[in-house]
Design a protein. Sequence first.
Length: 316
Amino acid sequence: MNKTVVIGTTVVVITVVAGGGTYAVLHTPKRQFESNLVKMTKSNDNIANFRVKANGTSDDTGNVSGTLEADSQNENKLAVHLKVTDKNTPEAMNIKMDKKHIYVSADMLTSSVKGYGLKGLTKVTKSLDKYWLDSSQSASLKDSYSSIDTKEVRSDATAVTEWFKDLDSNKFKKVSNGYRVNLNKADMKSLMTKISKTKSGKEISKPEWQEAKSALDPVKNFMLKLTVGDKGNSFAIDFSGKENNRKEQLTSKINTKRDDKLKVKMPAKSLIKTESQLSELLEEKMLAYYSDQIASSIDEFNSSVSSSTNDDVLDA
């Protein structure tokens, strides 16, 4: 009887230890990092809020913030809303894409004019903000933006996720906002090699990849921290290093969520379609603006002359 109890207890203890060990292995920071990263790459989320900030010298700072609306269940329409600040000068840009067209909002013109301190012209360009330029027919803009294949992005991201499985477990740790991995310079070069072999990575030539890797060589105190959220709905990058005796830092974070009511409305076909149409409209508005300025100056001059004449009459 006692022997049976002992055997039974031993079996129970072994089962608990084995089960506990399995749980512990599956829930290490490394496995959780990988698991949540996979969740993010396979997610059906369709809205991503992102923030990017880069710091170099005190005179060279900039950041980008925005929203990406890309429904993984409806890949035909995509919208990007950007706010770019370089040296404390903000510029806004909106881009919308489908399988046939890339539209750029004319409000980028207002932002540029405002950035140059031309407050008067801002009144002119502001009325253009509602227009969208179909850059699909524009060589200058078509070279700047390309359509995004969300299936390809997901496939490449999943492939890259596999790379983390070979890393030392000691590089991973649990943090307050998820799970983090610390990469050194050699890790980064290895990761770049992995990315270069993905479908989208192959769009960049081997010499360019090699040049990018070589650019890391002079960077001292290289540290790259990657943090994935506990539920696979956020991803953060924190890079720091020193080059030419100055500290460089780049931080980036993306948060995603699902919105089943999301509908990316494309610009109406009746609006601007070419750069020449936009230029013509801008020229018309600028001419009207300067005509008003000239008319106002003439009125002010006439008023001044009239006042001066009246003063002469009074003096006489």
